[in-house]
Write a protein that binds this ligand. Structure first.
Ligand SMILES: *Cc1c(COP(=O)(O)O)cnc(C)c1O
Length: 469
């Protein structure tokens, strides 16, 4: 499989070539030149496969330049027992209301980003070793992404991780999760500033092209195609678990921010998986819901990006959305480039002419929820099923309920465990969510972190002293 850019300006490249890059050279995102179509017989032959065995089948289509035996080894290491708490890796849990939860949060950081990051960590190490090179990951986090990256890259050969976070602004649980890692290649830097300051420092250093190439800086952001590919697997897995024969349709409801998770659903559907609806669920930061309702894409500025009780969906701009727009406009890279030029100039673009196709052709529908909706959804599931769900999953379930159809299973993607967002659980239920037993002592473990001033030069010196070249 070869990859091209959504803006049409990149010669076709292999999976390994695009793996270590961020944006394509023309500013677009890498996307398969052509997706494989899977027929019903192939899908039926995958019934009964374990999660890692299924992942080998699906990822083998995308990463076909990695020798099959090597890919099999990497995938089995990524989804090994002991990495994910549940034997099935991704359990499917039915609720009494006829909706099911697809459990994507059994990994080390209790959120769905582990599903893709664990594969990314394995494949990074493999490709770096093959090419005899190294990478120094520089990132900023307000919590979730940074910890998933650290747990995936800890102890990996050829990779150092420099993760900036705002000093004193993460929850005690988030701090303990990241700072208790003792691996020598993990460097936690608490910056005296807010999250935006951390991001500005990363931008300043990565934007210094000489420094970036000399110190081999890289990133593990949500536009990385390997992450999207790894997420495609659990749509197949969910479908296989929720159906019993060929052609049966299911719908998925996906708590969304950067449009990464649900984009993988779109890819799975485009490969022939019988998906009826892809329900895009947002919180009050409803840029995506607005698009699917009106056809107008209008990202927000920082002032209009609200801090909510589903904070991992508090985004102003959906980084992966461009990959869907590419399909929507007939895979016309020049048209995509035009739309993003217009976006830069006017702050929005208008695809309302395509509105009727969003659902009929692609299955996309959308909805938004409020803090009150999340609390009442958490309460209703707890009273009906005795089960605690996290506020992001509650966003998904709230919107999913509006799109349930008779005879079509609705799978809500569980994107985090409630223990990660205990404050909101306490507000909803008057009690905190229990920690998984393996993490009971997490906050008492010794922590490793260096506090630096809000100063790009200080971070530059820190990286220079520790980078692996
Ligand atoms: C990242 C995240 C999301 C949003 O996923 P996208 O791929 O950015 O749309 C939802 N829930 C949780 C818990 C997350 O960490």
């Amino acid at each position: 499989m070869k990859y091209i850019s959504t803006r049409g300006g990149m010669a076709p490249q292999s999976f390994s070539d695009i793996l270590l890059e961020g944006l394509a050279p023309d500013g677009g995102l890498a996307i398969p030149e052509q997706l494989p179509r899977l027929d019903a017989d192939t899908l039926e032959s995958w019934r009964g496969l374990s999660y890692p065995a299924l992942a080998v089948k699906v990822l083998g289509l995308f990463a076909d330049d990695i020798p099959a035996a090597e890919l099999e080894r990497l995938v089995h290491a990524a989804y090994a027992p002991g990495v994910f708490a549940d034997d099935e890796v991704v359990p499917l849990r039915p609720l009494s209301e006829g909706i099911s939860l697809l459990g994507l949060s059994e990994g080390p950081t209790l959120a769905f980003k582990d599903m893709a990051m664990q594969f990314l960590g394995q494949v990074f190490e493999y490709v770096l070793t093959q090419r005899g090179t190294t990478l120094n990951i520089l990132g900023a986090t307000s919590g979730d992404t940074g910890s998933a990256a650290e747990y995936a890259l800890r102890g990996k050969r050829g990779v150092q991780v420099f993760m900036l976070s705002p000093h004193g602004r993460m929850s005690a649980f988030q701090r303990a999760q990241m700072f208790s890692l003792q691996d020598a290649n993990i460097h936690n830097i608490a910056v005296n500033g807010v999250f935006d300051d951390c991001q500005d420092i990363v931008k300043a250093l990565a934007g210094d092209l000489e420094f970036k190439s000399k110190y081999r800086l890289g990133a593990v952001n949500s536009i990385n195609w390997a992450r999207i590919a790894a997420q495609v697997v659990y749509y197949f897995h969910g479908w296989l678990k929720a159906t019993s024969g060929p052609g049966q349709q299911v719908s998925f409801a996906v708590p969304s921010g950067n449009f990464g998770n649900v984009l993988s659903g779109h890819i799975a559907r485009s490969m022939g998986l019988p998906v009826r609806r892809l329900v895009v669920a947002t919180n009050e930061n409803n840029v995506l819901e607005e698009f699917f309702r009106s056809g107008i894409y209008r990202p927000r500025d920082a002032v209009h990006t609200y801090k909510t009780s589903s904070p991992s969906m508090d985004i102003s701009r959906a980084s992966n959305f461009e990959r869907f727009v590419f399909d929507l406009v007939g895979r016309d890279g020049a048209r995509v480039a035009d739309l993003w030029r217009e976006l830069a100039k006017t702050g929005q673009f208008d695809l309302s002419a395509e509105l009727p196709r969003f659902e009929s052709e692609y299955g996309f529908v959308a909805g938004a929820s409020s803090h009150g909706d999340r609390l009442s959804t958490i309460r209703s599931v707890f009273s009906a099923d005795g089960l605690m769900i996290d506020p992001h999953t509650a966003d998904g379930l709230h919107v999913a309920r509006q799109y349930v159809e008779p005879g079509i299973p609705m799978l809500v993607l569980e994107t985090a465990l409630p223990a990660k967002f205990s404050e909101t659980l306490e507000e909803a239920l008057g009690r905190r969510a229990p920690l998984p037993p393996a993490l009971a002592d997490l906050e008492n473990r010794p922590q490793r972190v260096d506090v630096l001033d809000n100063d790009a030069e200080a971070v530059r010196q820190y990286v220079m002293a520790r980078a692996q070249l």
